[in-house]
Design a protein around this ligand. Structure first.
Ligand SMILES: [Zn+2]
Length: 283
């Protein structure tokens, strides 16, 4: 337990170590949503870490499958996928699949990892996205998708971990003795959102994305060829990028990007205009 008498940390770290931490509820979630971006950034020499919140033990239709065996299989599949993508680290928090809740235990686990890796960007599920449903009159052959509760819980846990817990010198003081100082995340990218405002061109990593997904044999079978499907979805996102932002891409991943901290723009620090301000002034 936390020692409530311990003093808070003196320092809040704002200089990142890793470029991005990608946090998914289940093995394979981030593979669909952010694998192309992860592989692209890894190729550019940036450090990427993936985090899987649950043990994935509800992800089978085989009733005889033992939970522990499935967990180990899915973790191994996720490790292989991360290797294909060039992701440097992967962490498994092993909370029970299907039962993830936003509580002190889950938030603290994420705070520990944020303070450990110090990612500039955190990428995760959009917790505000509950229902994906087309208008039945406009698209009578389409059914709705009710976003998985673990996905929404993950989004909420991660957002609450980023602010205020990870950055607050008084929060989770017991982590200080483990060497995990408060840290300020710079940006948040939310996936599976209906409010995408940022598109990453993944044309050069689209094949890696498909190969990564194919590592999840327990989910898609040993013979799965997912390249065509992956290309179709990413081309749809690229069309959206064209319509919304006028961007020309063959294949894209879309995110709702949220800026949380701009270096040099601390409260009370008015001397230096930020890059954005300088850019705007130049136009
Ligand atoms: Zn999932």
């Amino acid at each position: 337990m936390a020692d409530r008498n311990a003093p808070g940390a003196i320092e809040v770290i704002k200089v990142p170590d890793y470029e991005a931490m990608v946090i998914g509820a289940h093995p394979d979630d981030a593979d669909f949503a952010a694998a192309g971006t992860s592989a692209l950034w890894a190729r550019q020499g940036k450090k990427i870490v993936w985090v899987i919140m649950t043990d994935g033990t509800e992800g089978t239709e085989v009733p005889s499958m033992v939970d522990r065996e499935l967990m180990m299989v899915r973790e191994q599949e996720q490790r292989l996928a991360c290797e294909v993508l060039g992701v440097q680290a992967v962490e498994f928090l092993r909370f029970q699949d299907g039962h993830l809740v936003n509580n002190d235990e889950t938030r603290k686990a994420v705070v520990r990892l944020i303070r450990k890796y110090r990612p500039r960007i955190v990428i995760t599920h959009d917790p505000t996205q509950h229902i994906f449903a087309p208008d039945p009159d406009e698209e009578p052959d389409e059914t709705a998708y009710l976003n998985h509760p673990d996905h929404r819980a993950t989004g909420n846990i991660v957002l609450d971990a980023i602010f205020p817990a990870a950055v607050n010198p008084h929060a989770y003081r017991e982590l200080l003795v483990e060497g995990f100082l408060p840290y300020q995340v710079h940006e948040l990218y939310l996936f599976n959102s209906e409010h995408d405002n940022t598109y990453i061109d993944i044309s050069e990593t689209i094949e890696l994305k498909a190969r990564g997904l194919q590592c999840h044999v327990s989910q898609f079978g040993p013979q799965a060829n997912l390249l065509e499907g992956v290309k179709r979805w990413a081309a749809e996102t690229a069309r959206e990028a064209q319509q919304k932002k006028g961007l020309q891409m063959q294949y894209a991943e879309g995110f709702r990007r949220i800026k949380l901290y701009i270096p040099g723009k601390e409260k009370g620090n008015q001397e230096q205009p930020s890059e954005t301000q300088q850019e705007q002034a130049a136009h």
